[in-house]
Design a protein around this ligand. Structure first.
Ligand code: WTA
Length: 574
């Protein structure tokens, strides 16, 4: 099937936490993982306790939990300090009557306050809703509205994007900033924190109680709220141990923002459940700053994404020589297909294999991975996590033999599997339409050695720089522009970003195509929705291909773009 399949890079670290893969699979038992948590003995469950307070109780309160830096701040927090701060925020929330099951959102750039807020929200048993800082008005409103959020933590700079008059359920905004004017429902975050006691009762919850609500894109409709429960911590902890290979004294850096699932499952939960030092770097991507972050913090385990690795590769080998990266022990990637040449480059320039991992917002944690102790085939996502059964199945649920491409599916259930799509049971059920299986929406095949190879998406979801973008959300924004009559959006292959967003647009009467109009339309999406959702390319067309029922045929647009045959056109309008 693939000529690449023959290439094998031998195991990097046979003595890693997982040890021999086959033996780990054969001996695996989730109950052994449960025993690692204090609730196995006490019956009292809360992820925030296990991630922070437990380490303090075990005498490790002085250990560094968070190393934060950006252009203006450089701060260190121990587990004891995080415990006290998150207790304070839990008390702030409680004083406003916020309690178990309430949805509380965080909408802010990466900062210590963001991490403290997330932990405080979890401590009172509320459900965290992380929002990416680049979201604009519409994106913010859709998510707060759908979830029925009662409170939000945000900054002064981002507050204008929150349309409070259109969100009647949103009672409180905790505002992080220096000179907050008290107003109705606006609460000064720092002032309240100062007054709040540093001891707090933790809300003990059920393992099946809500933890986090991550909005993510599908190919139709608005973003869906993927709902995870505290039980997910089993898999956060276990994958942190055997995939991230976290050990005592490790300094871990996940480059993802908590607005995306990687930035919470692996930017917060997995490292802290394993007691690691967690490095957070704010600000934008820049090769020099990134290498500096590794050097300065002596990062040992680094988790990033193919687009970032491709950009670092583009920045060249020489810049790498300017930094001491010798602290690195283990490097991983997620979010999009990891090109074999990037893996080879990593081996050559960093002296490390880059370990690809596959999972989704819906799966809550890693499922198919490359492990330090396992030979690596560049271009393959690896093998299922011990305890997880993955298969390639056809549309009727028949398991296909090695080499055959089909639906990448996972045997249900597993600890970090989503439990709901908020307010949307039909969407949730679509994933489980074949009894006993979760259907990922990705296509793949498995080779004779049991390695999985990603092939593509079944639907029209776009993956640009590892960020999932729903074409529908972008199209809906585009048609709000006065010049746009109709819009169809596709992912166009791009050597660095994987895909970029391309929009095909037909104009309303009276508008003439021009470069200036293209720029204006792109800016309209950027300012209304978010920068990452704005089309990088726009093409004007007289007419867009539609089905007789009026649906724009993105498949035909894609075929146009790639100069491919358009396939079955029997449902096209004319
Ligand atoms: C894609 C990110 C190829 C895939 C954690 C999946 C990948 C979607 C990989 C989920 C990988 C993720 N190789 N493709 N290693 N990892 N994807 O929800 O299409 O933002 O369905 O989760 O990204 O994106 P999401």
């Amino acid at each position: 099937m693939s000529q690449l399949q023959g290439e094998i890079i031998s195991a990097g670290a046979p003595s890693s936490n997982l040890g021999n893969y086959e033996e780990a699979v054969a001996n695996f038992n989730w109950e052994d993982v449960e025993k690692q948590f204090s609730w196995y003995e006490t019956g009292r469950v809360n992820l925030a306790y296990e991630a922070v307070d437990r380490h303090v109780a075990a005498g490790k309160g002085g250990q560094v939990a968070l190393r934060f830096s950006d252009a203006s701040r450089d701060e260190t927090y121990t587990f004891a300090e995080l415990q006290a701060l998150s207790n304070q925020f839990a008390n702030v929330l409680r004083s406003r009557g916020i309690s178990k099951g309430d949805r509380v959102f965080v909408f802010m750039p990466r900062s210590p306050e963001l991490y403290v807020s997330v932990l405080g929200i979890i401590k009172v048993g509320a459900v965290v809703g992380p929002l990416f800082e680049a979201f604009m008005e519409t994106a913010v409103k859709d998510r707060l509205e759908d979830s029925g959020a009662v409170a939000l933590v945000t900054t002064e700079a981002l507050l204008p994007r929150v349309k409070r008059d259109e969100l009647p359920l949103l009672k409180y905004v905790f505002l992080v900033g220096e000179n907050i004017e008290p107003a109705d429902g606006i609460i000064d975050y720092y002032k309240e924190m100062e007054l709040a006691p540093a001891e707090a009762e933790i809300e003990w919850v059920n393992r099946e109680d809500g933890l986090i609500l991550h909005y993510t894109s599908g190919s139709t409709g608005k973003p869906k709220g993927v709902y995870h429960v505290h039980n997910a911590m089993l898999q956060h902890y276990y994958t942190g141990k055997v995939v991230l290979d976290l050990k005592e004294g490790d300094v871990f850096w996940c480059t993802a923002d908590p607005g995306w699932v990687t930035g919470t499952s692996y930017g917060i939960f997995a490292p802290w459940l394993n007691g690691a030092t967690n490095v957070v770097r704010g600000g934008r991507f820049s090769p020099g700053d990134w290498y500096e972050t590794i050097q300065q913090n002596k990062v040992t385990v680094w988790y990033s994404a193919p687009t970032a690795f491709r950009m670092l590769m583009g920045a060249g080998e020489d810049i790498v020589k300017g930094y001491d990266l010798s602290s690195l022990r283990h490097v991983l990637s997620v979010g999009e297909p990891l090109n074999p040449e990037v893996v080879r480059w990593g081996c050559k320039v960093y002296g490390h294999r880059i370990h690809d991992t596959w999972w989704m917002t819906e799966t809550g944690a890693q499922l198919i991975c490359n492990y330090p102790s396992m030979p690596l085939k560049p271009g393959s996502m690896g093998k299922p996590l011990p305890g997880i059964q993955a298969a390639i199945i056809d549309d009727n649920g028949k398991v296909l033999p090695p080499g055959r491409m089909g639906n990448l599916a996972i045997r249900t259930p597993w600890p970090s599997m989503m439990r709901l799509i908020w307010n949307n049971a039909p969407k949730f059920e679509e994933y489980f339409r074949i009894p006993g299986w979760y259907i990922s929406g990705d296509t793949a095949y498995m080779d004779e050695d049991g390695y999985f190879w990603f092939q593509g998406r079944i639907d029209d979801v776009i993956n640009s720089s590892g960020e999932r973008i729903g074409p529908f959300e972008v199209e809906s924004k585009l048609v709000e522009h006065p010049a746009v009559a109709e819009a169809g959006v596709i992912g166009k292959p791009d050597p660095t970003r994987g895909e970029i967003i391309k929009a095909f647009i037909s104009l309303r009467e009276g508008y003439t195509p021009s470069e200036q109009l293209k720029a204006e339309i792109a800016r309209f999406v950027k300012e209304g929705l978010s920068a990452h959702a704005a089309p990088r390319e726009i093409e004007f067309k007289e007419k867009l291909p539609k089905t007789r029922s009026g649906k724009i045929m993105r498949r035909v647009l894609k075929a146009w773009e790639l100069n491919l045959p358009a396939g079955d056109l029997s449902t096209i309008e004319d």
